[in-house]
Design a protein around this ligand. Sequence first.
Ligand code: H2B
Length: 181
Amino acid sequence: MEFFIFGLVVGIVEDLIAVKVATGEPITWRIFGIVFLVAIPFAFIGEILVDRIDFVEIWRRVFDRRDKSKSAGSNFSTKKCVPCEGGIPPLSKITVDNYLKEIGGWSVDPDCKLIFRDYRLRDFKEAMIFAGKVAEIANTEDHHPDIYISYDKVKITLSTHAIGGLSENDFIMASKIDDMA
Ligand code: H2B
């Protein structure tokens, strides 16, 4: 609704200026009325598009792709998770930040204990199918993310339970999930 009103106001002002510049005529109530009627459907279509298309996700995907091509190139997805039952320290903040730059699109929590990414699917069915594919990768790799589903959104979080923090396994899984997505 906010977008509708914003779009309507911007559309009207823009069109009134355009009419003024093109014709040089004073803006009358008649011109205002026509512009108002034309602006309503455009604002309406804009509102529907904003609801249906996740522009932020599209932008992030384009940006991530560029980010990946700029980076040295992650080879996480070609590796295999190694069973971890403790005995190694969690990755440091510096290493995690470097690894995140390599894979792109994932974030780390403030305590550096887990990484996460939100995916947006078409609807609940697609979200469930996506979650099923993540589960298949998890079983193959024997490294299991937490998966939260909310209608068309799937949030994946990864951590290595045995060490209470992050290991290379989490980045291998993240990378393989991205390759599948
Ligand atoms: N998944 C996750 N996310 N963290 C773990 O520490 C973990 C796991 N441990 N899956 C695995 C199983 C471990 O039990 C085997 C031996 O690798």
